[in-house]
Write a protein that binds this ligand. Structure first.
Ligand SMILES: NC(=O)c1ccc[n+]([C@@H]2O[C@H](COP(=O)([O-])OP(=O)(O)OC[C@H]3O[C@@H](n4cnc5c(N)ncnc54)[C@H](OP(=O)(O)O)[C@@H]3O)[C@@H](O)[C@H]2O)c1
Length: 244
């Protein structure tokens, strides 16, 4: 039975992924701060879902993760999907602080721990939901785009580190890294931004599930956001400054 932990699984993309993994027969460890929403997931899939209620920004985040791994008797895949972001038109300190605490500090603490855990175990898979917003700075949400760039660049570093490590190892026992970059997905998170090509949550989750299971290194969700990613990356500054 595959063992999967999803950090940030109470709503939106993460909740849908819990359902997909549970339906596929995996044992899923679901986390988030809203205990009532975790409880309803467990009620829906009593044989496949275990939960751990915690805040990724708390000092006890690693202790909670360890407790969940113990309850599940191990883990093969961890998806860091928790995220926070709001438009910060007036450059709000609270928004910026919360964004960095969740998307950088929480991410770094848990993913760093898991890479070393998998190194010790000999194999494992880490995935993280960054964003298309990681590609260029955003004047509407500067901390959000910067935090997602941190995630994405860190994942690239881990991807190369894992590749180098895997070369000398057993072909069956590898550490796999997946960076997931969604465009817009119809969740609370997408509120307030100038939106287009907004994907339904089920479609986004299904594409993420397939990409993870195919052990893709980087994936754009939905796939056509690949085009926007390339356009954003190579767009000259004098044009980008009008839209960024
Ligand atoms: N929707 C989009 O258009 C879009 C686009 C690009 C990237 N993304 C990324 O996709 C991921 C999922 O977002 P979503 O769209 O599905 O939004 P969502 O429904 O708001 O989900 C966010 C999840 O993160 C958890 N979370 C947030 N802060 C947390 C904290 N401090 N501690 C523990 N858990 C926390 C939430 O759980 P609790 O509130 O229960 O703690 C929730 O389960 C995020 O990383 C987001 O940045 C979304």
């Amino acid at each position: 039975m595959k063992k999967v932990i999803i950090i940030g699984a109470t709503s939106g993309i993460g909740r849908e992924l819990v359902k997909l993994y549970a339906k596929s027969g995996a044992l899923v460890g679901a986390t988030g701060r809203r205990g009532d929403l975790l409880y309803t997931l467990q009620l829906e899939y009593p044989n496949n879902v275990l939960t751990e209620c915690f805040d990724v920004t708390s000092q006890e985040n690693i202790a909670h993760l360890e407790l969940l791994i113990t309850k599940m008797n191990g883990v093969d895949l961890l998806l860091y999907n928790a995220g926070y972001g709001e438009p910060s038109d007036k450059l709000d300190w609270e928004i910026d602080r919360k964004t960095v605490n969740t998307n950088v500090n929480g991410f770094l603490t848990l993913v760093n721990y898991m890479f070393n855990y998998f190194e010790h175990q000999g194999y494992g898979h880490i995935a993280a939901t960054s964003s298309i917003a990681s590609i260029r700075g955003s004047s509407r949400a500067p901390a959000y785009s910067a935090s997602k760039a941190f995630m994405s660049t860190y994942m690239e570093g881990l991807y190369i580190k894992a590749k180098k490590r895997n070369v000398s190892g057993n072909a069956e026992k590898k550490i796999v890294i997946t960076d997931i970059q969604p465009g817009f997905v119809r969740t609370k998170m997408a509120n307030g931004y100038g939106k287009f090509w907004v994907a339904p949550v089920k479609k986004a989750a299904s594409q993420i599930f397939t990409a993870i299971e195919h052990k893709k290194w980087r994936v754009y969700i939905t796939h056509r956001w690949w085009l926007i990613a390339k356009l954003m990356k190579w767009m000259p500054e004098f044009i980008y400054i009008r839209i960024g």
